[in-house]
Design a protein around this ligand. Sequence first.
Ligand code: GDP
Length: 443
Amino acid sequence: MAFEGLANRLQSVFSKLRGKGKVSEDDVAEAMREVRLALLEADVNFKVVKEFISKVKEKAVGQEVMSSFTPGMVIIDIVNKELTELMGGTQSKLAKASKPPTVIMMAGLQGAGKTTTSGKLAKLLLKSNHKPLLVACDIYRPAAIKQLQVLGEQVGAPVFSMGDGVSPVEITRNALQYAKDNHNDYVIIDTAGRLHIDEALMEELKQIHELAKPDEVLLVVDAMTGQDAVNVAESFHKQLELTGVVLTKLDGDTRGGAAISVKAVTGCPIKFAAMGEKIDSLEPFHPNRMASRILGMGDMLSLIEKAQSNIDAEKAADLERKMRNAEFTFDDFLEQMAQVRKMGPLDQLLDMMPGMNKVKGLKDLKVDERQLARVEAIVRSMTSEEKQNPDLLNHSRRKRIAAGSGNSIADVNRLIKQFDDMRRMMKQFSSMMSGPKGKKGMK
Ligand code: GDP
C-alpha cells in the first residue's frame, strides 16, 4: 500500500502524543523531530519538509497547544491541515473551455502511464455524460496507437488516429476538426513520451501546444519514482506550462514523497490519482482526503463515494452510520461483503477506512475470492445471535463454527480477532471525532 511506512511512522508519533494528558514543549519538539524524519524517509523534498515543520511549529505555538484540553489532537489537527495545504489545499478541478471542445493534452515520460490514463480519463468523462475524443499522437512507441484504440473500445470512446506516418501536429489539427464535426466536448491528446526528457520531445510537445492551445496540460508521473517524479514535473513545467499533474501507480509501494512534494515544488496541483491498472482506477485528487489517509484518519468520503457509485445508496449510508457509531455486526459484515466485492479490491477499501492500516493481521484480509468464500462460510455458520453479538463467541461456539464451516479453529479465531480489531478502531475513531472540539479532522 502506498504511504504505508509514512502512515505508520506518523501514527505512532501521534499515538504517543494522544495518550498524554499533558504535553510538554519537549514532547512537541520530539514529535516534530520524528515527523521530520518520517517525511524525509518517505522521500519528501527536504526543503518542503523544512518549511512544513516550521509552519507546524509556528501554529502549534500560536494555538497554545500546551494549555489546550487535548493537546495531542490539536497538534494532529494542525499537521492534518498543513499536509492538506501542502498538497494543494482544495481539490483542483479539470478546466472547462468556455466554448467546447475542452482540449486536454497529456504529457509524460514513457511508461508513466500516459496512454492508460488517457483511457481512464475518457471513462470518467463518459461517466459524467461527456463525449470525449481520444487522439493518438504517440507515433513512436510501437503499439501505442493500438493500445489507445483498445482502451477506447473498452471504455466506449472514439479514437482519432492517422497511423504513424503523419506528424503529431497534423494529427492534432485533423483531430480538432473531427471533434468539432462530431460534437465531441472533450479532446484528450495522448502525446509521445521518451525515457528521458530531450529537446526533440519538448519541441514536438510545444508545437502541439501551440496549435491546440489546450485548456489543460496534464503531466502524468509515476508516483513510484519519488523525487524523480518531482524533478520531471519541474522540467516539464518550465517548458510547457503544465496546468496539473496526474500521479499514477499510487496503488504500488510508493513512499509518498512525490504526492506530498510535487505541488509545493512545482506549483502545479495534482488533479488526479491513478491507483491501479484497471480502467476505472482514476480518481480526482482531494488533498484533504489524502492527508487524512496518511494520518490514519481514513478516507471515509472517498469510500462512501465509491460505494454510492457502485452499490445501493441506502445501504452505503447505513454502512457509513454503522461504521461511525461502531455498531458494525457480523451480519453487516456479510451483507457488505457482497456489496464490497462490486467495489474493487478489498485492501484498497480498507486503506480508506480510519485506522485500518494499523490493524495487525488485516493484510490477511487482502483476500482472493477463495479466502472470501472461506470468511463467508465462517460467518454463515454463526447463529444470528452470535452475528449480532460477537462477544458470545466462546471456545465451544468457535469450535462448532469451525466444524460447521469446514475451517480450523485458528481460522475462526483469526477472523473474529480481525473483526474485533476493526470494531475497536472504529470506536476509537468515532470517539476521536466527537472529542471536546467536535468533528476534528473531518472535512
Ligand atoms: P505511457 O508510456 O506513459 O503511455 O504508459 P502506459 O499507459 O503504457 O503505462 C505503462 C504501464 O504502467 C502499463 O503496464 C500500465 O498498465 C501501467 N500503469 C499505468 N497506470 C497505472 C497505475 O495507476 N497503477 C499500476 N499498478 N499500473 C499502472
